[in-house]
Design a protein around this ligand. Structure first.
Ligand code: GCU
Length: 363
């Protein structure tokens, strides 16, 4: 059976976005069908990174081109291509062009695409230990979170845990910053204000429970469907960070932002394990170095882009209010006992919490 021809091209090039979107649909459908009937993923793993060709890698993202994740990934792809003399070409497909996160997770696993950014909530559905990092009380702030996920001694086993079972390697992460609630109709100032209101959550048991504890009723839905669901009145709101709120234009349909700051969320960069293993040690070292730089760039961009999003949201009429944060914090306290159910999860949680910096002591 022949391989799809979009996977190895000479030189680095950018396609017009309409064409890319069309090709994306065709490529994923074709490679998904192919990989179902043979050990095929669109790439010949014996020749990836070879000097006489360009190895074309598809990376799925559900954010817009103005989101810090796209910017950091695009720069990462550029640097990796340059440093490998164009032998590797990572093409980023933003805006869910290749599918929702739930779908692209399966595509990476089957080898239909090579890389994706997915939220931690997606990985908890493959290994419950990821829930530890998706829990409201785990990370105190972005600095704590990024420091933890760079420590192999803490997260190494977890990040490798899907390799044998799902052909998925977790390479690292981008912060989702601090997440808060936003609603249509009226702002949320207390847990009582959430009673009877339907709030979108990511596809995660833990996050369904999180919203229930906070006083609301939770509906899991994929990211790209949230705007229409709120606009049509099916949902009363959602929870996310300011950057997503504004880049996804959710402020247009849910203009009341309440700083519940209930969760410091985390996205992961995932990659086909067989591809990672097929890379030459030299290419892999360059890849890892540039990926590390991408995490640093993303974190640096985060605050600046958050400020910009708030300004844009306010200019467009959104109201940012501070609710009774203590009431929400107290409401969420039971979640740790409910979800840390194994020794392994409790141990991971404790090792992460031990990394919280005592106030006033920078490293
Ligand atoms: C954030 C996160 C995404 C996630 C989204 C969501 O934007 O970066 O990876 O998909 O939240 O709420 O679904």
């Amino acid at each position: 059976m022949s391989q799809p021809q979009l996977t190895a091209r000479a030189g680095r090039s950018r396609w017009p976005s309409g064409l890319r979107a069309a090709l994306a649909t065709v490529t994923v459908a074709a490679t998904a069908a192919l990989s179902a009937c043979a050990n095929l993923g669109g790439l010949n793993l014996d020749t990836v990174g070879a000097p006489d060709q360009t190895t074309y890698v598809k990376l799925a993202l559900n954010q817009t081109e103005t989101h810090p994740s796209y910017i950091a990934l695009d720069n990462f792809a550029e640097r990796f291509s340059e440093r490998t003399d164009g032998r590797w070409d990572i093409d980023i497909f933003p805006n869910e062009q290749l599918g929702s996160q739930q779908e692209v997770l399966q595509f990476v696993s089957s080898g239909a695409i090579e890389m994706a950014i997915v939220s931690g909530t997606q990985l908890e559905n493959l290994n419950k230990d990821f829930q530890v990092l998706n829990m409201p009380t785990t990370f105190s702030d972005v600095e704590h979170q990024m420091r933890v996920i760079r420590q192999d001694e803490i997260v190494g086993d977890l990040f490798d845990s899907l390799a044998a079972s799902n052909n998925i390697s977790v390479i690292g992460g981008f912060t989702q910053g601090s997440r808060s609630i936003y609603t249509s109709g009226s702002p949320v100032l207390t847990p009582e204000d959430l009673h009877g209101r339907k709030i979108r959550v990511q596809e995660s048991d833990m996050h369904i429970r999180m919203i229930q504890l906070m006083g609301g009723s939770a509906t899991p839905l994929s990211y790209g469907e949230v705007y229409t669901a709120i606009q049509s009145g099916v949902l009363d709101g959602a929870e996310n960070n300011e950057v997503s709120y504004v880049t996804q234009k959710h402020n247009e349909v849910a203009p009341f932002w309440s700083y519940t700051n209930h969760l410091v969320g985390l996205d992961y960069m995932i990659m086909r394990t067989d591809l990672r293993e097929a890379m030459s040690p030299a290419d892999r070292a360059v890849f890892d170095e540039e990926w590390d730089a991408a995490m640093t760039e993303h974190t640096a961009l985060w605050d600046e882009e958050t400020r910009r999003a708030i300004e844009q949201g306010e200019a467009a009429g959104a109201e940012f209010v501070t609710p009774d944060q203590e009431a929400f914090r107290t409401a969420l306290e039971p979640i740790a006992d409910e979800f840390l159910v194994s020794d392994q999860q409790r141990d991971l949680y404790e090792r992460i919490r031990a990394e919280v910096e005592p106030v006033g002591e920078g490293r």
